[in-house]
Write a protein of this length. Sequence first.
Length: 680
Amino acid sequence: MGSVRIYSLAKELKVDSKKLIQELERQGIQVKSHMSTIDQETADLILEIFGTPKEKPRESLLGGGDGASRPIIKETEEMAMTAVAPVLTPVSAPPLARKIRVSETVTVKELAEKLNCKAKDLIRDLMGIGIISHINQILDLEIAANLAKKYGYLAEIVSVYSDELLQEEEEEGSRGALEFKSPVVTVMGHVDHGKTSLLDAIRQTNVIGQEVGGITQHIGAYEVEVNKGKIVFLDTPGHEAFAAMRARGAKVTDIVVLVVAADDGVMPQTREAIAHARAAKVPIVVAVNKIDKPNANPDKVKRDLAELGLNPEEWGGESIFVEVSAKKRVGIEELLEMILLQAEVLELKANRKKLARGVIIEARLDKARGPVATVLIQEGTLRVGDPFVAGVQYGKVRAMINSKGKKVKEASPATPVEVLGLSGVPQAGDTFMVVSEDKRARQIGTIRLQKQREEDLSKVSRITLSDLFKQIQKGAVKELNLVIKADVQGSAEALSQSMEKLSTEEVKLKVVHSAVGGITETDVLLASAANAVIIGFNVRPTPKAQELVELEKVDLRLYNVIYDIIADIKAAMEGMLEPTYREKTLGRVEVRALFHIPKVGVVAGAYVTDGNIPRSAEIRVIRDNIVVHLGRLSSLRRFKEDVSEVHTGYECGIGIDRFSDLKEGDIIEAFLMEKVARKS
């Protein structure tokens, strides 16, 4: 195709070159000077648009109007989609049976490609309704829909947050056959049960020595070559990351390896790991670690896990158990074989020829390299130079680094890589997707960010007991998930059984997690991911967990009488729950010293860590996040003076009425019950 110089085109149009350059810039065509060239198709488009006298604006594609020039058309109720006016140039078109997907970022050029017509034809149609546009201009959705209708298509609007937006591009490379991919395995378990040591034994490298204090500091993604293939291991710093990614809808792992110490048995985090894996519907392979210890008792571990529904195959169950010793490197080969066997059963496959798609495992801002994201590729092949979108961020792959720290040029399915070249730091769990061109990635990322700001990071609507009955009536709730934490195991079990017995035909009560101890961040993240209500019996949330409750908008209910819990759940299901009082925490004090004073009793030397402590407030004594006493203060002093209140950052002396069993490290929490207006 030939090219035309600007001055020649200006001469043909009988206009000054400078004016033509200005007009070209308005049309989105960048040129440097009158000696610059443009292609013949663009030149023909300019000649057609500017070489003929402008007609008086005719009836609009929006179904009427006075024909006045309107550079930007806003959506209104009057601007309903109507049939195209007969005065428009007739175009031979098939019936409206064909559909096209139109994104919120569609440009004139993109719409023309979807409609199988030339961009200049659409620009002419837009001029007919008083809109001066260029090929790269983003169209109003209503106008785009009516243009499509004119050309015989029915436009379906797709949100920038929908995967359907990228589906067409994804389908371009989807003709390749599905091939087997490596399994992605997440290692979970209780603290100090040997998760990272087990990975270290598998990889035969000393990763544990690189971690601060021997505790995993970040999500590691490691590839392990074995005789029959490759396995990808994710080593999480806890269960928070797993829950966070699942809460965002990410299906990251194929198999969970549950590590349980043979000398310690089932612990609270073991139960949490099982709850997370089941909620994500991921198969579990149990690794009974530390069998080399003198007090190891693998059979007891199996019995305890069998009670939780993980029955060993040797006992007639379906759960795979492997006895290992990470320290002595015993049973490692058998564990890898069992993982590959489970992977064969799952028949894990992926298409390598599609545009790459994956999940953000971890992201951070590196001072030297800028935003860096660990991406687990799930489909397609990612290559250096590929443009991509990741949540509200976008970019072009500048470099990729594999799990061994080496630069690579491409990454296939089930491969974890660090990616450089992002516009910002995405969130763990965000979908990573390659698109056709840089401009497309920028458009999608920019509009997603704008929408996110407009919605002010609005959270998903959470289930609460207060509106449970309304949601049941609307049919919005079929199942109420509960997370139960109690001070002793007996209470936790009794509550779980009582809750499940309250199920009705309309709504089923399901306890997704039940454990002993205070309410932690992990509990809140699990409740957020499962859209569950947290029930606490004689326990309290940690300060960080309380902050997370407010951030995630999770319904947290605290009780000290089991009957009250059952009564509240029943009332909520029957639509009669109308709380009139709500607890408000006033302040927290840490006990730092104890003094035994004759005729007075025990007085605590304390420090106010948060809020204010009024002399008249009700208090609770908390030890290891468990409530050990409820009551009132008998004295509150600063030095030798009685005071009515002590503020944050000050020391004080505290006496508690009829309670002397204080210990250093106890937390004294002051609170009041404030009246809440009833809902109409």
